[in-house]
Design a binder for this molecule. Structure first.
Ligand SMILES: Nc1nc2c(ncn2[C@@H]2O[C@H](COP(=O)(O)OP(=O)(O)OP(=O)(O)O)[C@@H](O)[C@H]2O)c(=O)[nH]1
Ligand SMILES: [Mg+2]
Length: 369
């Protein structure tokens, strides 16, 4: 039996099995197996040198990358052509775009790479169309901008979410708070900070066994962690936690009430590329979801240049990160930094490499000559 048949078999069994306390354990094991086969499916066949993204990957540039993911003809290329200087072919028929087309969005002094991609459909993650390459590229993005047709909003969103999930992308979700360390001996040691609602020692050990892990330390730090969360932790090298913004395009084609309803959904924004509606708001939302900070460097004895910010990620905002984004060698010569702004108690404040900067801070680096 091939992997696809095995996957189908498990999916059928999951569909037939009623969810209740008695079947919880069995369902958990099935889910673990399913994730393992899905992973095998995504790995290139032994002997073939091609990775799923090959011949497709555009090199990363700028301060961040946003991938446009959506069904054919929802207006991805129209959007790229509108918000960047790049022109990507637009047409009425499906599958107009056949490869990835990068453009640059200049915003708040940052350069944000926007990747227009071919449309994807149900089955993309299993290799339909250029789906495999598209979802593999999506995995490299700092933000997924899911472009949806406002005339069929839910149906497209649910299918695309499922396709991205299938390749290990987790949208708008934090990495589950579970500690797992695989060991050489000692069996499975199971601990939890408070009694987990959906996990127990037997289930966790048996899922691990299916992955041929017999010795490990497991600590469930959050009682709400699910079986899916635990499976994600086992497969953590194949999981990407990426923020996602849903952009509903073509609102010129639906009623005001419908626009209002869609706009209230979480992580959602409504636009009409054709009618130029909602685009400023969209850019603001992209910026916010990327969590970028603007830092201004001030040469000693001169005024800072507020026209040219340095852009750093909110998650990597130490003075050391600032040094690294200027030059690889700088931190070796680092003595201290003077920082003005929201991150300091008084301005200026003398700071070390570990200090974390905030949006709008001004910084001067003092180095050994
Ligand atoms: N009514 C309406 N039509 C739009 C809007 N934006 C784009 N379109 C039309 O939708 C069609 C498809 O646009 P594209 O930008 O090529 O769509 P795509 O998502 O890039 O499609 P693929 O490359 O095939 O995946 C074109 O005829 C556009 O003119 C909009 O806001 N409103
Ligand atoms: Mg296109």
């Amino acid at each position: 039996m091939g992997i696809i048949e095995k996957i189908q078999q498990i999916q059928e069994e999951l569909a037939r099995t009623q969810k209740n306390k008695a079947t919880e354990y069995h369902i958990g094991l099935l889910k673990g197996k399913l994730a393992r086969y899905r992973q095998q499916l995504l790995e290139p066949a032994p002997g073939s040198s091609s990775s799923p993204g090959q011949g497709f990957e555009v090199s990363k540039s700028g301060d961040a990358r946003v991938a446009l993911i959506g069904f054919p003809s929802v207006g991805k290329s129209s959007l790229l052509s509108k918000i960047t200087k790049t022109k990507s072919e637009v047409a009425q028929y499906a599958f107009t775009t056949l490869t990835s087309v990068p453009g640059v969005l200049e915003y708040n002094g940052a350069e944000i790479q926007i990747l227009d991609l071919p449309g994807i459909i149900q089955g993309a993650s299993e290799g339909k169309g250029r789906g495999r390459q598209v979802v593999a590229t999506a995995k490299t993005a700092d933000l997924i901008l899911m472009v949806l047709d406002a005339t069929k909003p839910e149906e497209q969103r649910v299918i695309l979410e499922r396709e991205l999930e299938a390749v290990g992308i987790r949208l708008n979700k934090e990495r589950p708070n579970i500690y797992l360390k695989i060991k050489k001996t000692g069996g499975v040691k199971f601990n939890a900070i408070s009694p987990p609602k959906y996990l127990n020692e037997r289930l966790v050990s048996d899922i691990l066994k299916d992955y041929k892990v017999h010795n490990a330390e497991v600590l469930i730090r959050d009682e709400n962690c699910t079986v899916e969360d635990f499976i994600d932790i086992i497969n953590s090298s194949h999981r990407s936690y990426i923020p996602c913004l849903y952009a509903y395009n073509k609102i010129d084609a639906v009623s005001l009430e419908e626009v209002d309803r869609i706009a209230r959904q979480p992580h959602s924004t409504v636009i009409s590329v054709a009618m130029d509606l909602g685009l400023d708001d969209l850019l603001e939302r992209i910026w916010a979801d990327l969590s970028l900070l603007r830092i201004y460097t001030k040469p000693k004895g001169q005024a800072p240049d507020f026209t040219e910010p340095m852009v750093v990620r909110a998650a990597h905002n130490s003075v050391e990160n600032v040094c690294d984004s200027i030059h690889r060698e700088i931190k070796n010569k680092f003595r201290y930094a003077m920082v003005w702004g929201a991150s300091t108690k008084h301005s200026p404040q003398r700071c070390g490499l570990q200090h974390r900067v905030a949006e709008g801070d001004v910084i001067t680096l003092f180095t050994k000559s």
